[in-house]
Design a binder for this molecule. Structure first.
Ligand code: XMP
Length: 606
């Protein structure tokens, strides 16, 4: 069957693939094209969507693409960078400035088919450095964003020309935090482009089954199976496509797992009938040796990813499976955050995308049945394959495990980029009753599609949740060098923040494991677990008081696809319980809550 289809042009934004997924959710096939693909490649589509990008449209970066697409007689919608390119192509002006991160209120100015069925004010999600300041031709402003009192502060947030059928949104309609983004995309794809829906997850499964059989041929697969939902669903998909005897599973205890994790995983594989060709190896010594003395987040990630492959190859040899293809449960965000599309910036190197694996992929030795999917789709597939609800809805746990939640340092203050920041913080918080301290450590974040390895700010003082969130977004948007805000759960503002020398050791891992278990148990007991996407517990080697203990940070977030996330307010009784429990762990003396959205803070700290 041929489907009506939309071309998504991938300029390297973090969400380019998400646009395609969201269009497919409307039942319309969407395919990713590269900006320099020849014009003929675009001709079969009923509409084109231009993605965001880490490049600056104002500086004409990445301007060397197939501009003839603008001559095609099909509707075009630009998002973020794509929006700026649409405006510029038709004589509009784009300048650097007017940054916005996170939530904004879009005020819709006209009764337009793109906003059919929507409210006059819509919550949208922003992540941009450039702004459209003037419009050419017969383009008109369809909406602007405004501060809470309704004063317009960013014009041209939505623009369009109905005669040309060219449109642009400065915001990301494709992310879940744009509340009615799906409706906006449906209005474009089904309404303006006139596509008829015919695509589904079953259609995906049929295509994937056939693709896997052709891809694997007569070979067999040895799958790295952590027991998370991705690798478990990948195992079941492979088993269904290839038959049980051609799929072997290896579960590696990397020493960075949660408490009692491997025992539970092995039991779960047994229940899912995946136990016949299942191998287990305790490789915690190898991983600890590889991480010894490392502090840089990317160096730690590479060490973990490489050790997985060393252990895999050693075990494959010992079991006589060395001719098997390597199977992985990689999903799309793993690829995109590792800069896996041609233009995307490397935010973090995911454990399944380290250079050795990239090299094996280039040699055709890796099979990844879920590489085009997001977690929601993996869960949907898992449901069809009878994966129990408690496995499907377990919080995701990253491949490098506690390794990326155990910050390390040599005990020296890292203050790069903090010059003048205290004055800016004091100015920003004047009149709020909050005190702020920029911390002399860094964590990974993402700003306007680029990796941001920057400092957190610790806020202390009484405030409403909304007050905290608005302080957090103002600080991270306006003060360079800051990508996260924390709320101090201690009673008073610290006088200092002393960096401690700290590395990945069995002792610190054991401490973090206890803290993580305590948090997970409390979330379940208070009925909050299911409301959260994840709640990483992070151990930060910073002492905020005279006892010299470390700081624990909690990162409860809501998300659907992990490409964006919002921090979650925890009930007072739960916080009190966590405060008591965590501060009684030997070696922990301070506690803070991460109140940063993604962007600018990623979910994990490293
Ligand atoms: P960030 O921290 O980038 O994480 O906002 C997005 C999601 O990805 C998970 N994550 C990983 N998963 N291997 C994985 O399998 C990795 O190396 C990795 N790093 C982050 C993270 O837990 C979150 O759900």
């Amino acid at each position: 069957m041929t489907h009506d289809a939309i071309a998504v042009v991938d300029f390297g934004g973090q969400y380019a693939h998400l646009i395609a997924t969201k269009v497919r959710r409307q039942g319309v096939l969407a395919e990713i094209l590269q900006p320099e693909d020849p014009l003929d490649a675009f001709r079969t589509y009923r509409g084109i969507i231009l993605s965001g990008s880490p490049s600056l449209s104002s500086e004409d970066e990445d301007s060397d693409y197939t501009k003839e697409v603008f001559d095609l007689d099909v509707p075009i919608l630009g998002l973020c960078f794509g929006h700026q390119e649409v405006a510029k192509h038709y004589g509009g002006g784009v300048i650097q400035g007017g940054k916005e991160w996170g939530r904004a209120s879009l005020h819709v100015l006209r009764d337009h088919p793109l906003f059919a069925g929507l409210d006059p004010v819509e919550q949208v999600w922003m992540s941009h450095n450039d702004t459209v300041v003037s419009l050419g031709g017969d383009f008109v402003e369809l909406g602007y964003t405004a501060s809470p009192d309704g004063t317009p502060d960013h014009r041209n947030a939505a623009i369009g020309s109905d005669t040309l059928r060219r449109y642009g949104f400065q915001f990301h309609a494709e992310v879940d935090d744009t509340t009615h983004g799906d409706r906006m995309l449906a209005n474009f794809v089904l309404g303006i482009c006139g596509c008829t829906p015919s695509w589904s997850i079953d259609a995906f499964m049929d295509t994937e089954r056939a693709r896997l059989r052709a891809r694997v041929g007569t070979e067999s697969v040895f799958l790295l199976a952590s027991g998370g939902v991705d690798s478990t669903v990948a195992a079941l998909v492979l088993k269904e496509a290839l038959g049980p005897d051609r799929v072997h599973l290896i579960h590696v205890d990397n020493g960075l797992m949660r408490k009692d994790e491997s025992r539970q995983v092995l039991a779960m594989f047994g229940r899912l009938d995946l136990g016949d060709h299942l191998h287990f190896v305790d490789a915690s010594d190898d991983f600890l040796a590889a991480l010894d003395g490392l502090v840089d987040p990317e160096a730690k990630r590479r060490a973990i990813g490489n050790t997985f492959i060393e252990v895999f190859e050693r075990e494959a040899k010992a079991l006589g499976l060395e001719d098997h293809l390597l199977g992985q449960g990689t999903i799309y965000p793993d690829t995109i955050e590792t800069g896996g599309t041609r233009r995307a910036d490397v935010i973090k190197t995911h454990h399944n995308r380290v250079p050795i694996i990239e090299e094996m992929i280039a040699r055709g030795r890796v099979v990844e049945p879920l590489a085009d999917l997001y977690k929601v789709e993996v869960r949907e597939l898992g449901k069809r394959l009878n994966v129990p609800e408690e496995v499907l809805w377990r919080h995701p746990f990253p491949g490098p495990g506690l390794g990326v939640r155990l910050l390390c340092g040599h005990g020296e203050p890292d203050v790069e980029g903090l010059e003048g920041v205290q004055e800016s913080l004091d100015r920003e918080l004047a009149g709020t009753g909050l005190q702020a301290m920029a911390l002399p450590i860094r964590s990974v974040g993402v700003k306007a599609d680029l990796r941001a390895y920057e400092h957190p700010v610790l806020l202390t003082g009484p405030s409403s949740w909304e007050g905290l969130l608005s302080a957090s977004s103002a600080i991270t948007a306006r003060i360079p060098g800051i990508n996260r805000c924390l709320w101090n759960l201690g009673e008073r503002a610290p006088d200092w923040a002393l960096p401690l020398p700290a590395y990945v050791t069995r002792e610190r891992l054991a401490l973090l494991r206890e803290a993580d278990q305590l948090v997970m148990d409390a979330l379940v007991r208070h009925g909050i677990y299911g409301e959260l996407w994840q709640c990483p517990t992070v151990l930060v080697p910073l002492s905020l008081d005279e006892t010299g203990g470390e700081t624990v940070v909690l990162r409860p977030v809501r998300s659907q696809r992990a490409m964006t996330a919002t921090p979650v307010e925890l009930p007072g009784a739960l916080l009190d319980e966590l405060r008591r429990g965590l501060l009684s762990l030997p070696g922990v003396s301070s506690l803070a809550l991460d109140i940063t959205s993604k962007p600018p803070g990623t979910i994990e700290w490293e």
